[in-house]
Design a binder for this molecule. Structure first.
Ligand code: SF4
Length: 459
């Protein structure tokens, strides 16, 4: 599975672009395909975006050209729309009131209907990104101001959207009424900052103020920050998978710390499914924090039996004489002297297709592990996500087709246990009612229409 997108915005700083660049650096894990920054000096908009990592796309000279005292930035992995420069964000259009830029994290679930409606009304859609549709709704609005256009346009949009919008005189932050994706507000001296995760605030020494609330629009301009709540209050649906896998462990999202939550997941897992083992072993890096919790709760030591190679580029040449497990092998190398004749518990954050786990378990057996038990810090993934995370299709999710016993056999472990749904929800530091758990339960917070599902399967 891939992360989707990360957002960063700042208003009222003479180094706005440089700080946005740093913010995107901290959020790189949320999207590695393309990135971009749009800035404004109050008169005109400047932009630079390209395919690639933040460190590759920006340099001193490109940042210098991004003038102004406010900016928004975006890192992207495509969830809708193909992976190309045309679809990189922020996305800018010019209209009668000037230029307007948008950066989006999420997935608009009525995008096909919106597109039909806009095209029938004469809009020319330039990209395959659902985010562009929001801009068209805004510029089509007859309302007198952007603020009013937002209030008119947003109730037509369904699904998951944390948005940043930049015009020549304001920065706007928006979270959909369910609050699927995180977005927080920070302050750096007199400047306001908006970011997907608090790790981006930490890097620039900004202070966390609060989250943008579900269904809230924050308008930031020379008069300060104004909060607008145009939606009637509804059910919340914070993505629980942000805590399990996506967000950085040093971040607070939805007001709670990710590292501590992952540890609690591991502790609950150890209570539900203890194993008498020589040691607990995380699969680096994603299972590490749940493994620490498991080790603490079970009073069993933790060992690193697999060592990660941190110097792998995005692509490498695969020698033809090696089998297809080379990719797994080059990333993680088992330590034979640690594993030989040992009874071990591997802690994973999730199992998607099961193929990578199978290769890793095989490598651990070859390295001499005597017994391998696997514990997973979330329930079985049985259904895709339509809210901004690139999930495999239902057919590809191993737990949607096979029993836990069959999965254990396929992966090659002596036992396999998943954290219960109740255990996962009880490990959270927020009330269980606020979470989306649809990929574990099929209880989608809002009805997904068949046309959208069909389109998602075509990707
Ligand atoms: S379906 Fe799963 S991944 Fe998608 S928003 Fe809900 S909890 Fe998150």
């Amino acid at each position: 599975m891939k992360e989707y997108c990360g957002l960063f915005g700042i208003y009222g700083h003479n180094e706005a672009s440089m700080l946005t660049y740093l913010g995107l650096y901290a959020l790189q894990h949320r999207g590695e395909e393309s990135c971009g920054i749009t800035s404004s000096n109050g008169k005109r908009i400047y932009q630079h975006k390209a395919m690639g990592l933040v460190s590759d796309v920006f340099d001193e000279s490109s940042l210098k050209k991004l003038k102004g005292f406010f900016a928004i930035g975006h890192v992207r992995y495509s969830t809708t729309g193909t992976s190309s420069l045309k679809n990189a964000q922020p996305f800018v259009i010019n209209y009668k009131r000037g230029a307007i830029a948008i950066a989006h994290n999420g997935n608009i679930t009525n995008s096909l209907e919106l597109k039909d409606k806009l095209e029938a009304d004469g809009s020319i859609i330039q990209t395959s990104m659902d985010s562009e549709l929001v801009l068209h709704l805004l510029v089509k609005s007859k309302a007198k101001s952007i603020r009013e256009s937002l209030i008119e346009a947003l109730p037509q949009v369904r699904g998951a959207y944390s948005l940043l919008i930049l015009t020549n005189d304001m920065l706007v932050g928006i979270r959909d009424p369910y609050g699927f994706r995180p977005l927080c507000i920070g302050k750096l001296e007199k400047s306001y900052v908006l970011a997907s995760e608090t790790c981006a605030l930490d890097l620039i020494n900004a202070k966390y103020v609060r989250d943008v609330e579900p269904g809230e629009i924050v308008v930031i301009n020379k008069n300060g920050l104004e909060s607008i709540k145009p939606f009637s209050s509804s059910q919340k649906a914070f993505c629980i998978f942000e805590f399990i896998y996506f967000a950085r462990p040093d971040s607070n999202i939805f007001t709670k710390n990710v590292y501590l939550t992952r540890k609690r997941l591991g502790q609950t897992l150890a209570k539900e499914y203890p194993v008498d083992a020589d040691f607990i072993m995380p699969i680096p890096d994603s299972g590490t924090y749940a493994a620490i919790g498991f080790s603490e709760e079970s009073k069993t030591p933790i060992e690193m039996g697999l060592i990660r190679n941190h110097y792998i580029g995005r692509t490498f040449i695969q020698p033809s004489q090696y089998k297809r497990d080379f990719k797994v092998k080059i990333k993680l190398n088992p330590i034979k002297d640690v594993l030989k004749n040992k009874k071990i518990v591997i802690v994973e954050d999730s199992i998607v297709r099961g193929t990578t786990s199978r290769l890793r378990v095989n490598a651990l057996r070859e390295a001499g592990a005597k017994e391998i038990h696997m514990r997973v810090s979330c329930p079985p993934l049985i259904s895709p996500c339509y809210y901004g995370i690139d999930f495999p299709t239902k057919k590809e999710l191993i737990a949607s087709r096979y029993s836990i016993k069959e999965i254990a056999k396929f992966i090659g472990v002596d036992s396999l246990k998943y954290l219960s749904l109740e255990g996962m929800l009880n490990s959270m530091m927020l009330p269980k009612e606020v979470f989306c758990t649809a990929c574990f339960t099929k209880n989608y917070p809002e009805k997904i229409n068949k046309r959208f599902v069909k389109k998602a399967l075509e990707k």
